[in-house]
Design a protein around this ligand. Structure first.
Ligand SMILES: [Zn+2]
Length: 132
């Protein structure tokens, strides 16, 4: 069943910090994929009107590290923006969902906040699930 969160829990929700470590991990992952991808498969220069080159030697890969860093960073920023956008979109949907604090009846944007059972409709973000 759903029960109301305590004030402490609501405050904890509000103060939740973005976990930046996952983006740092993602950045390192993309960097490694690019690094080894270039080492093993080389770079396709078709887009720059050049020839397909590679596989590269480690010396050549090392020379490309600044470029690999920049593209990894850009990809990580794109992923960050996309994830944040989807996250906000999901949270916005929750703004419209209300639950009765007594019978757990669900209502979308209720016009009155008192349920038939005498309970009160609370936004789902102020409630938590604790099992049966
Ligand atoms: Zn109710």
């Amino acid at each position: 069943m759903w029960i109301e969160k305590t004030n402490i829990e609501i405050n904890n929700d509000l103060n939740q910090k973005e976990n930046y470590w996952k983006y740092i991990a993602l950045f390192i992952l993309i960097f490694c994929i690019e690094l080894f991808g270039i080492k093993i498969f080389g770079v396709n220069h078709r887009f720059t009107m050049g020839e397909l080159t590679g596989p590269y030697t480690w010396q050549e890969v090392t020379n490309l590290i600044p470029k690999i860093l920049i593209t990894s960073l850009l990809l990580t920023v794109c992923a960050f923006l996309l994830i944040n956008y989807l996250d906000k979109y999901e949270k916005k949907k929750l703004d419209h969902i209300f639950l009765c604090n007594k019978c757990n009846k669900r209502a979308l944007d209720p016009t009155q906040y008192t349920c038939e059972c005498g309970g009160t409709f609370k936004n789902i973000k102020l409630m938590k699930w604790i099992g049966e």
